[in-house]
Design a protein around this ligand. Structure first.
Ligand code: IPM
Ligand code: MG
Length: 373
């Protein structure tokens, strides 16, 4: 792969978003330096910060910048001010939902891995989670998130859930293709014993399955899936599911990895792809240097893969593994000798630039393992 020039729109967002994005950008710059790629970063507002600045969570020029960019790196959005006010008319989340819809980002891909060195951090029994490695395909622009919603005259409220065959089949194909390159198993999670939309999901997936003969398909009701994830997570390879079930199950699955701060995601579809950690804006931690930047850094690795920079993406993952192995970790994963958000990011960026080596490892973090510290 030759030298690449790419423009990346950055939506750092709220809470810890800016700090974790800063570290992911540091790592992308290190990749640029090492491989000779030219990444430029175009920072834009979205979320509560955009509401503060302009009254709207997704300003027009932010959307335009995203449409023009080659990829989008996002931090997190959300603010307790809005969470605690059910009557708020404008919410940070509306910005993200509108962005996903406007860009046609129908597939949200969330890998969940039980890292061997972090097994003891999971509250789950280690022998249950060891070796777990799954990939969620969460539908992202349909279902109950985007159906008609409102209040009736009698004071009741409603959220409609609709799915078309096309909305189901386009993400199902992506999930099947991914399963072909993995362990050849796809689990459709639905609630087909109750919901009509779920029955349509089963119908469409059953029709598509014969085109992927090497993939074994299983069907699980979402309540059972929630239990199986904890009981026996190793049974899962690719999990395909609708918008809201995917939202809930992927947070649940993060317990397997040991920290929500480790899980990245990619949202792909019609226009510019977006890469973001699955965690929220964690406002209590903002500015304290305790937020784990690894989920955002791994999201940057998925961004590199999206640019077909496989070797570069692999190097970022190797650097993250190196940080895990050396316990260069934020307090939730290393309470005895924690490192700051910035130190974790710098350590990973340093490895990306220079590799591991004498004088450049753990103990030299403060002394300057390289010029980037
Ligand atoms: C996620 C988040 C969002 C979602 C919120 C912030 C709207 O929880 O990306 O998982 O529900 O999709
Ligand atoms: Mg969520």
């Amino acid at each position: 792969m030759g030298v690449l020039k790419k423009q990346i729109a950055v939506l750092a967002g709220d809470g810890i978003g800016p700090e974790v994005c800063r570290e992911a950008i540091k790592v992308l710059e290190a990749i640029g330096e090492r491989f000779g790629h030219a990444f430029t970063f175009n920072h834009q507002l979205m979320g509560a910060c955009a509401i503060e600045a302009s009254g709207t969570p997704l300003p027009e020029h932010t959307l335009e910048a995203c449409l023009e960019a080659d990829a989008i790196l996002m931090g997190a959005i959300g603010d307790p001010k809005y969470d605690n006010d059910p009557t708020a008319k404008v919410r940070p989340e509306q910005g993200l939902l509108r962005l996903r819809k406007s860009l046609g980002l129908f597939a949200n891909i969330r890998p969940v891995t039980a890292y061997q060195v972090l097994l003891q951090h999971s509250p789950l029994k280690n022998d249950r989670i060891e070796g777990a490695d799954m990939l969620f395909f969460r539908e992202l622009t349909g279902g109950i998130y985007f159906g008609e919603k409102g209040r009736n005259a009698d004071g009741s409220a409603y959220d409609h859930c609709t799915y078309s065959r096309e909305e189901i089949s386009r993400i199902a194909h992506l999930a099947f293709q991914s399963a072909e390159g993995r362990r050849h198993k796809l689990t459709l999670v639905d609630k087909a014993n109750v919901l009509e939309t779920s029955r349509l999901w089963r119908e469409v997936v059953k029709e598509i399955a014969p085109a992927y003969p090497s993939v074994v398909v299983e069907y699980l009701f979402v309540d059972n899936a929630a239990m199986q994830l904890i009981l026996n997570p190793r049974q899962f390879d690719v999990i395909l599911t609708e918008n809201m079930f995917g939202d809930i199950l992927s947070d649940e699955a993060s317990v397997i990895a040991g920290s929500l701060g480790l899980l990245p995601s990619a949202s792909v579809g019609v226009h510019t792809a977006l890469f973001e950690p699955i965690h929220g804006s964690y406002p209590q931690a903002a500015g304290k240097g305790i937020a784990n930047p690894i989920a955002t850094i791994l999201s940057a690795a998925m961004l590199l893969e999206h640019f077909a920079l496989k070797q570069e993406a692999e190097l970022v993952r190797e650097a993250v593994q190196h940080a895990l192995d050396n316990k260069i970790l934020t307090p939730e994963l290393n309470s005895k000798a924690p490192y700051t958000t910035e130190q974790v990011g710098s350590f990973i960026a340093c490895y990306v630039k220079e590799g591991a080596g004498p004088g450049r490892d753990t103990h030299n973090l403060e002394l300057g393992c390289s010029t980037i510290i």
